[in-house]
Ligand binder design. Structure first.
Ligand code: FPP
Length: 236
């Protein structure tokens, strides 16, 4: 594939794990386990073609309403993933960060996230932003609270608040907005993902279920993106 115009930041809604498992007569967690197996090849491919940031929607603030068995299964995948992949993160020069309300997680998960974040903080080639216990509205609320605190203690004035300042109070202000947002499994919705950051992102939806999503499918998304004319509300 001729790869022009590679996005710096790609955000992915990894949907379709449940349907993938159901089609095989298996429990939903089987879909999540196989979905997890797609992460490394996709992130590695992103790194190889020069993408600098990948955001993955792994557990939303609404996913707590799923059956306990499924929630516990995803937590277990998170725990195993960090333990098993921490060495590889170093080898790939990958920085691991999490977006979401990490403080609400049980200490086992919170401690592992803190450990992986700290261990990989100086890695530079690619950043994996795992969105876990994440909600776009929560992120906006949390940013608003931080800004209110700064106004209250006199660090900034209300007149200073603009979109640049707002962005600086999101979970990871150093991560640029995604140019491309991919959703697998065909649904045409945003599902409370990166609501502030995707204001001008290009959207790409594929019917492929996440456990079947390959680097070739990612190339198709990037190819589609690279042909688009981005106007940001202006004219060309
Ligand atoms: C959506 O599919 C997927 C999720 C809610 C979880 C995504 C999780 C993984 C890929 C594995 C976890 C990875 C880590 C690193 C913790 P769905 O279950 O909503 O699918 P459906 O719409 O077909 O039911």
């Amino acid at each position: 594939m001729e790869e022009k115009n590679i996005p710096k930041h790609i955000a992915i809604i990894m949907d379709g794990n449940g349907r993938w498992a159901k089609e095989r007569g298996k429990m939903r967690i089987f879909g999540h386990v196989n979905g997890y197996k797609r992460i490394y090849p996709i992130v590695k491919h992103c790194k190889d073609i020069g993408v600098k940031y990948v955001s993955l929607y792994a557990f939303s603030s609404e996913n707590w309403s799923r059956p306990g068995l499924e929630v516990r299964g995803i937590m277990q995948i998170l725990k195993n993933a960090i333990k098993q992949q921490i060495k590889k993160m170093g080898e790939e020069d990958l920085r691991f960060v999490v977006s979401g309300r990490v403080d609400e997680l049980e200490s086992t998960y919170k401690n592992l996230i803190d450990y992986a974040t700290e261990t990989t903080k100086n890695n530079k080639t690619i950043t994996l932003n795992l969105c876990f216990n994440y909600g776009g509205r929560n992120e906006i609320i949390d940013a608003t609270k931080k800004i209110c605190e700064k106004v209250k203690c006199g660090e900034i004035n209300i007149e200073d608040i603009d979109s640049a300042l707002f962005s600086k109070n999101l979970y990871h202000p150093d991560i640029p907005d995604p140019e491309l947002m991919i959703r697998t499994a065909g649904e045409m919705r945003i599902s409370n993902y990166l609501l502030w950051e995707i204001a001008y992102s290009e959207l790409y939806v594929t019917d492929i279920y996440w456990p079947d999503f390959t680097p070739e499918e990612l190339d198709k998304a990037i190819e589609s993106y690279s042909k688009r004319e981005r106007r940001f509300g202006g004219l060309k």
